[in-house]
Every structure is written in structure tokens, then in C-alpha cells.
Ligand binder design. Structure first.
Ligand code: IMP
Length: 394
């Protein structure tokens, strides 16, 4: 079993690594978060954008949405239709234990964020999670058992929501019927989900968001509301003896952040900021917001490694640094280092030794601080991935 986890603030390129590592018989599992995530995957030059459906949907015959995932039925249906139009119809197994995001949650997210200024994606993640931990969640199972009306009413009472919004919320739960009409969607209880995972040949647990956005260990309160760490998978799934052999942390050779909160290596102005934003296409998949950008923070990355116990690392978007004169890095002790950049196009490099010397020096420095880099991505396509055995630690 493999887990793929973001080591920074999300948007590290987990989707690309998931897609690269999955084959048709891999079961790709989304276990946390909701439609706040946005995964961009490029296959044969064409870009696909997914939110809740795991990135494996483009390769695997079977994907799963389970664990702590929050489901917005309308958005999920849109995503399944989009995939179908693009010619992808993997079996999508959906856990009936998952909580729903209803219009009331999205409305509250808007209202809350106007006061809290976290800069959320306004997808209703915080309020839907609050609903879960305050024991008033509405799950898919509740709707199947026709319990949704009184549960929504209770929620309305607790949060003093005007009755006029009731129908809008109920109508949203009715979308479950349309979801069931897709022949490739299978709704299953958690016990069966666990059986499938335990018996699957290859499983990839695809993380959402990133370590620094984790509800417990991220930059609280500027974080998401669900767990993002690989160590949460056995707990969230309810499989205490889950054996994840390869625990892959994904990071970019620079840092991006959407939304507010601490960002020690942020670049506030100037041509490097513009370079990273435009060449890196650093625009939120979900919200269209331009991402904040900064230099690589090895101190934070080291912390991410400790928190997740990564067995290997993938550095994605190395090609975005091409053309920069100087590349700065904050080391694990909090000191700044400057590296000379490179001008050569690296998008066709097939091995570590194909990379320009300055790129190799930079990678070796990073690898020395946070071993072990196993993958280097030099472009958005699947083939633009260099797999390396072990880098010498200089
Ligand atoms: P929420 O998850 O919508 O509540 O947003 C909380 C914070 O997490 C905000 O700063 C969002 O921009 C950020 N966030 C949530 N999901 C993602 C993601 O997939 N990538 C990057 N940032 C995210």
C-alpha cells in the first residue's frame, strides 16, 4: 500500500504522482477533505481537473471516496459527468458513512469567513466538519434511511437558520437519487469498504491539501478542518493494522499558499514572484485565486517529514525554476542559502545525470536535508518523471 501526501500547503502536485504510480488495477482512495481540493493531471498533453474524485480515475478501473471525506452531491455529480464526457468511467465506490455538505454549510462558510478571514474555499468544509464533531452530521446513510428531514431541522434549530432555507437543503439531499443513477457509482457501508481495501492488490491513499493545512498540526487557525497527514489514515479509515509500506511526501522546489496565514519564505514582490506565478501556473484550481509564492522552506519540510514519517519524497515542478538567476532556500536551521539557477530546458531530461549541474547541486542540497528524493518531476506529463534509486548525500 502507498500513501501520497502533500508536504507543504496543498497544491504540491500529488495528482501527478498518484496518476504516475497507478495502473489499471490500482484502487485509488480519497480519505479526507472534500471539494475544496483541486487536482490537475495532464495526460498526453491534455489537462484534467478533479476535486473530490481521486486522480487515479484517469487510469484505474476503481476509485473510492471514504474516510473523513465530505461530499457535496451536486459537485460530485458534475465531476462524474465531466469524467464521463471525457471518456473515463471507472467504478466509483462511495462510503455511505461520509457526511454531506449542504447549502447551509456553504452559506455558513461564507458568513464565517467574512469574520474569520481565513480565506477558505467557501466549499462548506469547516461548517460540515463542525456539524460532524457536534454530532449533527447528515450522512449518505441518513438520507437512505429517510432521516435527513429531522436532522436538517435539528441543525436549523441549533444554528438559528431561517426556515425559508429548508427546501433548498432538502432538495440537495434528493440529488442522491441522481448519483445512484450513474451505473459506475456504488454506495457501500464502511465494513464493506474496509473488506475491499484489505483484499485489493494495490492501494494508493491519495491525500488532500497539505501537511501545513492539517487541522491538528498545520498553521492553526489558518488551515483546513480535516486531517491531511499520512499518519491519520489508519485512524480515519478504522483499520488499525493498515500497513502502508511506501509513504510518499510530495513537494515543490518552492512554496505556494492559497488563503491567509503564516508564510515565512513568501516573496512579496518582484520578477521572481511573477515568474513562479506565471510559469508555475499558480492559480487555485478551485477558486481561481492567484496563489501566494515563496522560496523552499526546508525547516517546514523537515517538520512535515517528521509528522508524516515519509519513506520517500517526490519533488514536482522542478522545471518551473528554469530561467531564474538565483534560487534561494531556507535551510533546516533557518539560514538562507543562494544557488545559481540554470537556463537549460529540463523538460526532456530522463535521468538525474541529464539535469544541468546547477539543478543537480540544488537537488542534492535539498536531499541532504530531507532524504530521500525518489521522484523528480520535470513537466506536467506522466512521462516527464525521473525515478531515481538513491541520491548520494553530499
Ligand atoms: P477550507 O478547506 O475551504 O476551509 O479552507 C481553509 C484553508 O485551506 C484556506 O486557506 C484554503 O485556501 C486552504 N485550502 C483548502 N483546500 C486546499 C487545497 O486543496 N489546496 C490548497 N489550499 C487549500
Amino acid at each position: 500500500m502507498i500513501s501520497i501526501t502533500g508536504a507543504q500547503f496543498g497544491d504540491e502536485g500529488k495528482g501527478k504522482i498518484t496518476d504516475y504510480l497507478s495502473t489499471s488495477d490500482t484502487l485509488v482512495v480519497r480519505w479526507s477533505g472534500g471539494p475544496n481540493a483541486g487536482h490537475t493531471i495532464q495526460v498526453e498533453g491534455k489537462q484534467y481537473k478533479l476535486k473530490l474524485i481521486p486522480s487515479g480515475a484517469l487510469r484505474s478501473e476503481e476509485v473510492m471516496i471514504t474516510g473523513n471525506c465530505l461530499i457535496d452531491l451536486g459537485k460530485l455529480i458534475e465531476e462524474i459527468s465531466y469524467l464521463k464526457e471525457e471518456g473515463f468511467t471507472p467504478t466509483i465506490i462511495v462510503d455511505t458513512n461520509c457526511s454531506l455538505i449542504l447549502p447551509m454549510h456553504k452559506m455558513q462558510d461564507q458568513l464565517n469567513d467574512a469574520i474569520l478571514n481565513i480565506g477558505t474555499t467557501k466549499s462548506g468544509i469547516g461548517p460540515a466538519t463542525a456539524s460532524f464533531v457536534s454530532r449533527t452530521a447528515i450522512t449518505i446513510q441518513d438520507v437512505m434511511n429517510h432521516d435527513e428531514k429531522n436532522k436538517i431541522q435539528t441543525y436549523f434549530k441549533l444554528h438559528h437558520i431561517d426556515e425559508q432555507y429548508f427546501d433548498e437543503n432538502i432538495n440537495e439531499t434528493k440529488k442522491l437519487i441522481s448519483l445512484m443513477e450513474f451505473k459506475n457509482v456504488v454506495l457501500l457501508k464502511r465494513e464493506l469498504i474496509i473488506d475491499i481495501i484489505k483484499n485489493a492488490k494495490n492501494v494508493i491513499f491519495e491525500g488532500a491539501q497539505g501537511t501545513m493545512l492539517d487541522i491538528n498540526h498545520g498553521t492553526y487557525p489558518y488551515c483546513t478542518s480535516t486531517p491531511c497527514l499520512a499518519s491519520a489514515i489508519p485512524y480515519v479509515m478504522g483499520i488499525g493494522d493498515l500497513q502502508i509500506k511506501r509513504n510518499i511526501g510530495v513537494f515543490k522546489p518552492y512554496v505556494t499558499r492559497v488563503g491567509n496565514g503564516d508564510f515565512p519564505t513568501e516573496i512579496l514582490d518582484g520578477p521572481v514572484k511573477e515568474h513562479l506565478q506565471s510559469i508555475g501556473k499558480e492559480v487555485g484550481t478551485n477558486t481561481g485565486r492567484i496563489r501566494r509564492v515563496g522560496w523552499l522552506d526546508l525547516k517546514a519540510l523537515k517538520r512535515a517529514q517528521e509528522l508524516n514519517n515519509f519513506t520517500e519524497l517526490a519533488i514536482v515542478k522542478l522545471d518551473v525554476l528554469t530561467g531564474l538567476k538565483t534560487i534561494a532556500v531556507l535551510d533546516t536551521f533557518g539560514d538562507w542559502w543562494n544557488f545559481e539557477g540554470w537556463e537549460e530546458d529540463i523538460t526532456n531530461c530522463k535521468s538525474f545525470s541529464d539535469l544541468p549541474e546547477n539543478a543537480r547541486v540544488f537537488i542534492l542540497f535539498v536531499n541532504y536535508a530531507i532524504k530521500q528524493i525518489k521522484f523528480i518531476s520535470v513537466g506536467p506529463n506522466r512521462e516527464q518523471t525521473i525515478e531515481i534509486k538513491a541520491l548520494e548525500n553530499k
